[in-house]
Design a protein around this ligand. Structure first.
Ligand SMILES: *Cc1c(COP(=O)(O)O)cnc(C)c1O
Length: 409
């Protein structure tokens, strides 16, 4: 398995949609083939269309609020006494996280395809919330499929979706969580694809959704590359780019412009959710050696039991609590271009505490996993090493859980 140079990783799949011959693909019912083929043709045209690109850039700047900041965490670096630690503050984006990039692009695609309705699935509710925001902005009617169990657990996000005018469809089949919401959403899409577009909230799902999402979040590394050059006058020799990995959309977006660099110069480190220290449960398929499986229409490493049933996952961070991972990250793991590790709930909480003690930055629990790794490795490194963490979410959404758990840490 080899990585090609000068071809975006989202395009390095074979004609069947697999990266490295085995990750990804489109495991879909026959009835979904037509809407997926139509979407593929439309996206491939739009991504080369100057008017569409101009529109995308306009809304990225004027609606999402890009470029986001690239800042030095001087106090934290001083305290740890090793590498320089920097942050790309993607949580500056509208809505407080990177999911808005993908949601905005899907809303623009929906409009360009002449459709007035957009549907999506959501687990913890953030993907649904961001999609409802984008739908409202672009005047689209929005339905969010969500497991009945998740609706009960995620009230604030449900309230936000309804406030944005979205209709939440409770899914009462199976485990009544994300897995079933995805199936129901796809079923709905099959029957309504003439008027309706579907959005998948991360670099997961059938091949085309991985590509659209990766294309959207790559904005992050495009900005970062310019910001690094402005700051250091060149791309320095020792850089480590650290990102949390749930589905993997923020990590792909943070890394995409740097994958062609030698790994000695730019190291890519993905941090998964290790779950509570004392629990066997986690959401870390890459770093804990999960086997290849099929989940949500694609082949990837999936947390599963010996029979291939999807394992229950556990993490303090709702955004990372997902049993699968993007096929793109499976490929980066197998080619050894990126390395993957995990942080436990406790390590993420401690990292949150330390970062907020020294800096005026409020990273949510997902990027706190990435900060945990930065804090672990930085003291052993020299001052000329540039550690950059993608601070991809704002902790406002984690207020209640932080209040409860910080007492015990
Ligand atoms: C959803 C979410 C994630 C996990 O998704 P990825 O696709 O891995 O980026 C990470 N951080 C935040 C803030 C999120 O909302």
């Amino acid at each position: 398995m080899i990585l090609k140079k000068k071809v975006p990783l989202i395009d390095q799949h074979d004609k069947y949609g697999f990266w490295g011959g085995k990750f990804g693909g489109s495991y879909i019912p026959e009835t979904l083939k037509k809407p997926i083929d139509d979407l593929t043709i439309s996206f491939n045209k739009l991504r080369k269309n100057k008017i569409f690109l101009k529109k995308k850039n306009f809304y990225f700047k004027n609606y999402i609020g890009t470029p986001t900041r690239f800042i030095k965490l001087e106090n934290l670096s001083e305290h740890l006494g090793g590498a320089q630690i920097w942050a790309k503050v993607v949580s500056d984006a509208n809505g407080g996280a990177h999911k808005i990039y993908n949601a905005t692009v899907h809303a623009l695609i929906c409009k360009s395809m002449g459709k007035k309705y957009i549907v999506g699935d959501t687990g913890a509710g953030y993907a649904g919330k961001m999609l409802s925001m984008a739908a409202k902005k672009f005047g689209l009617k929005c339905k969010i499929f969500m497991g009945a169990k998740d609706i009960k657990r995620q009230k604030p996000n449900c309230d936000a979706m309804r406030k944005n005018g979205a209709e939440i469809i409770p899914v009462t089949t199976g485990s009544q969580t994300l897995v079933d919401a995805v199936s129901e959403c796809m079923r709905y899409w099959v029957s309504n694809c003439d008027t309706t577009h579907m959005c998948v909230g991360s670099t997961v799902g059938p091949n085309i959704f991985v590509k659209i999402c990766g294309w959207s979040t790559s904005q992050i590394s495009k900005e970062l590359k310019i910001q690094i050059k402005n700051e250091f006058k060149k791309i320095p020799n020792k850089i480590k780019l650290i990102n949390c990995v749930g589905g993997g959309s923020s990590a792909y977006g943070f890394w995409s412009e740097f994958i062609d660099f030698p790994k000695k110069q730019i190291e890519l480190i993905g941090v998964e959710a290790g779950g509570p220290k004392k629990s066997k449960l986690h959401a870390a398929p890459l770093s804990k050696g999960a086997k290849l499986g099929v989940l949500h229409g694609a082949a990837s490493y999936v947390c599963q039991n010996l029979e291939g049933q999807i394992n229950e996952t556990e993490s303090i961070s709702a955004g990372l609590d997902y049993p699968g991972v993007s096929p793109i990250h499976c490929f980066l793991k197998d080619t050894k271009r990126a390395i993957y590790t995990y942080a436990t709930d406790e390590e993420a909480l401690k990292a949150y505490k330390l970062v907020t003690k020294f800096e005026s930055l409020n990273p949510s629990l997902e990027p706190s996993h990435a900060f945990a790794e930065a804090i672990k490795i930085s003291p052993k490194l020299t001052r000329d090493t540039i550690v950059i963490v993608n601070s991809c979410g704002d902790a406002k959404k984690d207020r209640d859980i932080l209040k409860m758990r910080l007492k015990t840490i």
